[in-house]
Design a protein around this ligand. Structure first.
Ligand code: PLP
Length: 223
């Protein structure tokens, strides 16, 4: 196993106060999560419903689970009873389904809207205009069982650090735009989830409040 303890200590030392670390544990076995848990880590991110279910059932109940991957609407009902945050809401349809399933569980589920800013066409997420449109239409205002807490995005997979910085900056500016326009009176709308193992220092410089780090903590994933 990687030096989970040492890696966590190093990363935490680099994070400004108030920035949350989501330890991305997808494809790693329980013992890796337990090693991080023993160091006080409580927030973990997973991207597959089945794997998450298995881990949720067998690991400590005070773990805070974030769903970070693309979530199919037909899978929402399985995670709705216990998921703490769905980070990658990329359609109104998904938002409505989360609200519906959360209502059945008498819960309110925190969500982030996922932006598509990266150049790759394979990445999920709302374009800025699609996100503007979703917010302008206002259906979300009626939803009592989801709470929109901010924005999430992934930068392009590239060595061009300037491009990555540009993309994070676009996301940060867009956050200010929608915060002012729709969430000025919503203190819970405060999260900017960007930054992964290879780009989180740039993300922090671009006002990230939530970094999602896997490889730098746990080592490479075995698929
Ligand atoms: C896998 C994944 C991460 C973590 O990636 P690392 O490079 O291992 O830090 C972060 N965010 C999302 C959405 C992911 O799918």
């Amino acid at each position: 196993m990687y030096d989970v303890e040492g890696n966590l200590r190093q990363i935490r030392a680099e994070l400004p106060q108030g920035v949350q670390l989501v330890a991305i544990s997808k494809y790693h076995p329980n013992e890796y999560i337990e090693a991080a848990y023993a160091q006080g880590q409580r927030v973990f991110g997973e991207s597959h419903e089945q794997e998450l279910k298995q881990k949720h059932q067998t690991l400590p109940k005070d773990i805070v689970w974030h769903f970070i991957g693309h979530l199919q609407t037909n899978k929402v009902k399985y995670i709705a009873p216990y998921i703490n945050m769905v980070e990658a809401v990329d359609s109104e349809r998904l938002l409505l389904e989360i609200d519906k399933q959360a209502a059945k569980c008498s819960r309110v589920i925190d969500v982030l809207l996922e932006l598509h800013i990266a150049e790759e066409s394979t990445k999920y997420g709302l374009t800025l205009d699609a996100c503007r449109q979703l917010l302008a239409e206002g259906v979300w205002r009626q939803l009592k069982h989801v709470r929109i807490c901010g924005l999430m995005m992934m930068a392009s997979f590239t060595d061009d650090r300037e491009q990555i910085r540009r993309e994070f900056t676009i996301a940060a500016d867009f956050f200010d735009e929608v915060k002012q326009q729709y969430f000025a009176d919503a203190p819970w709308f405060c999260e900017r989830s960007w930054g992964m193992s290879d780009d989180y220092p740039i993300a922090l410089a671009c006002r990230s409040t939530m970094v999602r780090i896997g490889t730098r903590i746990f080592g490479p994933r075995v698929y």
